[in-house]
Design a protein. Sequence first.
Length: 474
Amino acid sequence: MTKVAMMGAGSAGFCRMLVEDILSFASMKDIHFALMDVDPERLDLVHRSMQRMKEEHALACTFSATTDRREALAEADFAISMIQVGGLEPYKLDVSIPLKYGIDVCVGDTVNPGGIFRGLRHVPALLDMIRDMQDVSHPEIIFMNYANPMAIVSWAMQKIYPDTTSVGLCHGVQHTTNMLCKWLEVEVEECDVLTAGINHMAWFLKFRHNGNDLYPKMWDKIAAEGPIRGEEYRFEMMKATGYFMTESPGHLSEYLPYFRKRKDLLELFNGPGFSGETAYYLNSCLQHREKYLEEMRELADGRKPVPFRRGYKSVEYASNIMNAKLTGEITRFAGNVLNKGFISNLPYDCCVEVPVFVDRLGLHASYVGRIPEQCAALCQSNISVQELAVKAAIEGDPEAVYHACLLDPLTAAVLAPHEIRNMVDEMLEAQAPWLPQFKPRSSHAPGHRIGRLPTGVKSLAVGTEVSSKKGHYD
């Protein structure tokens, strides 16, 4: 019997959707789902609702539930991660502390100080999972991670454990392709796309309908109608670079130094929800938390029937990957992997998002070659941040945290170096309960303790003047 460990199964809505996806394949009708979460209450609700779904819809699969990570991973053929270390409490700090300093985000879970700190929390937990997989899981287990920040955690996992197959999965390519096809009035099944770059900043390098390039049609439609309402950020970047990007507009705007630094620009480009609204995702999670739990209780207690869409398949990649590994039915997806020369003008061994093929032998990432220089440069501005965040998460190095935030494009557009340092110190102190790797350490860098400037300082203490005029300046 095939076994999949669902790590962070308390993310019940997403977990249930993946269960439906998996059961849509004949190859996995009798699969065993090992549900695992550190929150016993949420885990119990999910487990009971899944059991009821099995009974109500006469499903052949089986379910178990445990708060023990190793038990869930024992003999597993696949594992899927949906974790959120600390839940919403540290996420509130990810958003609120930077906002106090002027860094305005829509989502804030993959870049900027909030995304970096989420990486500091998630990397140790995911590395622990893989360590357990190596001890107790099937030797050829495939670990599929959905937890953000995707590039940072995928980089760390594949760097530290290169012999365990892991890959980062997202849905930006699928959702964006569907949106563009609807806008252009073409069938998505008749279209071919090639995207490559980094997670949330990959580029539609090729976009074709029945072999015909769709970019001319896109340019004509923009000229005639303007951009899709709510997609102003992405179309502005298409005009700037010549290529469309894969991530939702509000999220994309966080990766760039151009927009979220001024109130007038936010008013010009922002839309509601994921189109750019300040703190939208956090506020949505907080607003619906109790409603969500009550709905889960109703399903678990039998007060409502548990929905199950037989044969339904979402755009998520995980089930396709599993089916391909089990049956040899080859599939292709956009995966986050270490760059082994796949994109030749991005750094070797950084984390890139490229086409990956799957068969019985496993995952096979594809060579893309060079991407346009302007696209590579924008990716590189975030890759440097990701590299430092990986170092900080693995080594517990607070100065690397500061340097990651120092180089973040949006943060650098809003704050001066001393303001960034003060913000990082405040975030490290506030999130200490979820960052055990930093507890015995503090920064010993001279710049952390010598000549520190408070935020809002109006004047500088300076020494004597020393002439630096030389040569042709004389």
